[in-house]
Design a protein around this ligand. Structure first.
Ligand SMILES: *Cc1c(COP(=O)(O)O)cnc(C)c1O
Length: 366
């Protein structure tokens, strides 16, 4: 099976994991600090605070920005539930702005939803494509609205010379399927020392020093073993992204011959991380999307759907007062047609050829 994501465990990983085991210190310590420093260096962030999941990174950032009941937070309808759940958890009202052709927030739709209650926007860099923050960030800054970047899928992506996660407050995930994985894990990046301090306090039961509680905190700490995996993978971020970008280019060239397919786009000035290679099925494809996914899997290609429905389109969210649904026709359309194909850095030329050939067979109209 050619899987949608693959974990590489090299010698350095094994050495660093053993180093942690032998040190006798397993809870947050020097390896976590080393991971945070490497992350600042790689992204250009002033502060990086490791936590135990991407969800925790979002929750801690929303907390540090003081978002709560009575506030409105705008986000995208095409994302993973964690983005929505983190906002709901604050008590704020969630509103959804529709997406553009990049699968991310459409700046014009964000502007249309902003009002005096709008406290923050959570932009998701979906599939590794940076959202249009060149437009969104200055517009929000003028109005004092805070910007959070859900960069869970976008480590390595950039907008101009700025790494994602350094334009607003950044939230990264190192869950098993992400391009850098610690099994579970996350990171908050920010240029605001006050936000960094509050995230650090929240992470460790509100303590700056032992048993001096400065706020009601949580336990969001990252274990040393997880940090060892992160430190070992940091040097692979750039070369792996370069490999995925090359793979994406090969796929796009091969799939361009499929009539009616919508290929991923990389808008000018934005560098796509291609954590996922996502196309939209041709409207006239005789197969349903479920049948297409099954055909790929029958041919040992791990095609997957991110995401089959807009995030609030589930009974568990429908009755909530704090989830407000505005019309999002573009996101609904995309959610019915998207399908992601393997693009990861460990694909051999032969694997890539199989993905392309199979895609032409399954999605082609003949
Ligand atoms: C993976 C992901 C998250 C959540 O990260 P976890 O580490 O699984 O908590 C949040 N947002 C997006 C867009 C993601 O892809």
């Amino acid at each position: 099976m050619i899987s949608i994501a693959e974990v590489a465990v090299d010698e350095t990983t094994q050495r660093l994991v053993l180093e942690v085991l032998r040190s006798g210190r397993l809870a947050q310590g020097p390896m976590v600090e080393a991971f945070e420093s490497a992350f600042c260096e790689a992204t250009g962030a002033s502060h990086a605070i490791a936590v135990n999941s991407g969800t925790a990174a979002l929750e801690a950032t929303l907390f540090a920005l003081g978002i709560g009941s009575g506030d409105e937070v705008i986000t995208t309808p095409l994302t993973f539930s964690a983005t929505l759940n983190a906002i709901i958890g604050t008590g704020a009202t969630v509103r959804f702005a529709d997406i553009g052709a990049d699968y991310c927030l459409d700046p014009a739709r964000v502007e249309a939803l902003c009002n005096e209650r709008t406290k923050a926007v959570v932009a998701v860099h979906l599939y590794g494509c940076p959202a249009d923050l060149g437009k969104i960030a200055p517009w929000l800054a003028e109005r004092g609205i805070m910007l959070i970047e859900d960069a869970a899928q976008a480590l390595g992506a950039s907008i101009g010379s700025h790494s994602v996660g350094t334009i607003g407050h950044g939230c990264f995930s190192f869950y098993a399927s992400k391009t850098l994985t610690t099994g579970e894990g996350g990171m908050v990046t920010t240029s605001d020392a006050g936000v960094a301090e509050r995230v650090r306090l929240l992470r460790n039961q509100g303590m700056a020093t032992p048993y001096e509680y400065l706020l009601p905190g949580r336990n969001l700490r990252m274990p040393e073993l997880s940090a060892a995996l992160g430190v070992a993978q940091m040097p692979h971020v750039d070369p792996d992204q370069a490999a995925r970008r090359e793979n994406a280019a090969v796929l796009s060239e091969a799939l361009a011959s499929i009539e009616g397919i919508v290929l991923p786009l990389e808008p000018p000035g934005r560098t796509h991380a291609y954590s996922l290679y996502t196309v939209q099925m041709p409207e006239r494809c005789p197969l349903s999307r479920d049948a297409a996914v099954q055909s790929f899997r029958a041919k040992a290609i791990g095609a997957s759907v991110y995401y089959p429905r807009t995030v609030s389109d589930y009974p568990c969210y429908r009755g909530l007062d704090t989830v407000q649904t505005d019309p999002v026709p573009h996101a609904e359309h995309a959610s019915r047609r998207v399908i992601s194909l393997p693009v990861h850095a460990r694909l051999s030329p032969n694997d890539l050829d199989r993905v392309a050939t199979t895609a032409c067979e399954v999605l082609g109209l003949q």
